[in-house]
Design a protein around this ligand. Structure first.
Ligand SMILES: Cc1ncc(C[n+]2csc(CCOP(=O)(O)OP(=O)(O)O)c2C)c(N)n1
Ligand SMILES: [Mg+2]
Length: 538
């Protein structure tokens, strides 16, 4: 086998049947191996490397399974790097396959095509696990180790380099079964300590982050048992069904944080609560996290449980009844809290009306992909999510331009459900060329583009905080409908929430290619008073 064939076989052995990719001479022998296995693995080629990497990210987030992208070295690596950074921030199992200059020239500065100084060092700063494949026989084990690393400790991306002259090299290759993913043993003393604290809590609160996405049933059961509200903001949305009155958004969560005596934080940095809202001695925090370093990073918690959330919370659920009593329902209280905050949030129009139109048409299991735009910010607070992995948000990178290509990957990997990408006119043009990819690979993504002719968020801050001195925030836009149509996509305009709803119905039923809906909008009211809120403790 060649190295390329060995990597393809290893990807297949791990259940990967798609590679998001942009080819080039460094990887030609690898792509030939893909061609030879065309019936088993698909190459979905993009028009820019960031498109390929964001697509792998979206596919990973939508499925929870490992996904891979392949790019040339140097500029290919760097073009994809913002997506790799985002995958790191989102703990997404994305495998980057990156080309290299000839093996014996690495590190010598001979000006080879796409040469970059210390490529391995750059990659090692971007992911927790990386290696270079030096021979065909190394490939199966390195792929297996890469994928094992993606689910060990803090989950996240991994990377493999391979030199231009190694992909095509032949040798004996022994197959390698996937390596076991071993979770750390559950600390029974810590489980008991957590159960005691939760059982005795008068005002418990659960905070769910991205690390809780696979523990939805367990978080739901704990919330009901404890009558504890569950706060989620970006990555934890959908862990508890938003139709449950115990599911709360950021402003309600802050009120509850101020009153809480025990907080159970599941797979979250607790960034907003710890850094913005504050802590004091009357608050006991229980952290459940896959990363052993995470719990004590900001402040030592009362209890730390290390490992994937699901088995840990199952154990807590087994132990808890011995330490907890039946609690009265908080449904009435929670309904009042929702009503109070909803009244304040109501000034976020037209954002809420457009979100309601999308929610009305998007099926329960449809996937909503967020962006760094006015409708996106409002969605984090007020778009109801009913299931895990049905709301994809960029997490703490909050990188403009993540949405469209990430949504394409989600829709490519989940062709069975409609995916909707919402975007601003600013963010869309970061990866708009991937409309060609959507056409070429018949990806039926629906994109709703809210066009205000500006980097609206930046412009509003210049108006409000810098005496209306506007700079670098106005945009010269194409005719987006004509632009999308020129690729062959379906495209149209909606002028109101009611029109949007009608157009969406048609878009979601179309399953053979992309649709773009442009919504012309004006300036929108700021969401920031509901997001960046001040200290309430300590
Ligand atoms: C990679 C990256 N670059 C820049 C920013 C800063 N930024 C945040 S919002 C924004 C403007 C977004 O414009 P648009 O997509 O049109 O959305 P709007 O605010 O107009 O709704 C910018 C430039 C960012 N978040 N990420
Ligand atoms: Mg805009």
């Amino acid at each position: 086998m060649t190295t390329g064939e060995a990597v393809v076989a290893a990807l297949l052995a791990h259940g990967l049947d798609t590679l998001y990719a942009l080819p080039g001479i460094h990887n030609d022998d690898f792509f030939d191996a893909l061609a030879r296995n065309a019936g088993k693995i698909r190459a979905v080629h993009s028009r820019h490397e960031q498109g390929a990497a964001y697509m792998a990210l979206g596919a990973a987030l939508a499925t929870g399974k490992p996904q891979a992208y392949a790019v040339v070295p140097g500029p290919g690596l760097l073009n994809a790097a913002a997506a790799l950074l985002t995958a790191y921030g989102m703990n997404a199992p994305v495998l980057a396959l990156i080309g290299q200059i000839p093996a014996d020239a690495i590190g010598r500065g001979l000006a080879h095509l796409h040469e970059i100084r210390d490529q391995a060092g750059i990659i090692a700063r971007l992911v927790d696990w990386s290696a270079r494949i030096g021979a065909p026989r190394e490939a199966p084990r390195l792929v297996a180790k890469a994928i094992q690393s993606m689910f060990t400790g803090r989950p996240g991306p991994a990377a493999l380099e391979c030199a231009i002259d190694v992909w095509g090299r032949s040798g004996r290759v022994a197959p390698q079964a996937p390596l076991p993913i071993t979770d750390p043993p559950i600390d029974e003393d810590a489980v008991k300590a957590a159960a005691k604290r939760l059982g005795a809590a008068k005002r418990p609160l659960i905070v769910a982050g991205g690390g809780a996405q696979d523990a939805s049933a367990e978080v739901t059961a704990l919330a009901h048992l404890l009558q504890a509200p569950v706060l989620s903001y970006r990555r934890g949305r959908g862990v508890l069904d938003d139709r449950d009155p115990l599911s709360v958004n950021l402003p309600i969560g802050r009120d509850l944080w101020a009153e809480a005596d025990v907080v159970l934080a599941v797979g979250t940095h607790l960034h907003m609560p710890l850094l913005h809202w504050g802590i004091d001695r009357d608050l006991a925090i229980i952290r459940v996290d896959a990363d052993p370093q995470e719990p004590a990073r900001f402040a030592k918690p009362a209890v730390a449980l290390i490992g994937p959330a699901r088995p840990i919370l199952r154990r807590v659920l087994e132990v808890l009844p011995a330490h907890s009593k039946r609690r009265p329902s908080r449904t009435e209280e929670m309904r009042e809290r929702h009503a109070t905050i909803d009244k304040r949030l109501a000034r976020l129009e037209p954002q809420l009306a457009f979100l309601a139109a999308i929610r009305a048409e998007l099926p329960e299991d449809g996937i909503f992909v967020d962006e760094v735009t006015q409708i996106g910010f409002a969605s984090r607070l007020a778009f109801p999510v009913y299931r895990p992995r049905a709301y994809l948000s960029p997490g703490y990178q909050d990188n403009l331009g993540f949405g469209f290509a990430t949504a394409l990957g989600a829709q490519d990997a989940r062709r069975d459900v409609p995916v909707v990408s919402i975007t601003g006119d600013g963010g869309f043009l970061f990866t708009a060329s991937e409309l060609a990819t959507a056409m070429r690979h018949r990806i039926p993504l629906t994109t709703v583009l809210f066009n205000d002719g500006a980097f609206g968020n930046v412009r509003r801050m210049q108006e409000e905080r810098y005496g209306n001195r506007l700079i670098a925030s106005d945009l010269a836009n194409p005719d987006f409908v004509a632009f999308a149509k020129s690729f062959g996509a379906e495209a149209g305009r909606a002028e109101s929430p009611a029109q949007l709803q009608a157009v969406l119905r048609r878009a979601f039923s179309r399953r053979d290619g992309p649709t773009l809906i442009e919504v012309p909008v004006g300036p929108m009211p700021s969401p920031w008073e509901f997001i960046l809120m001040g200290r309430v403790r300590g």
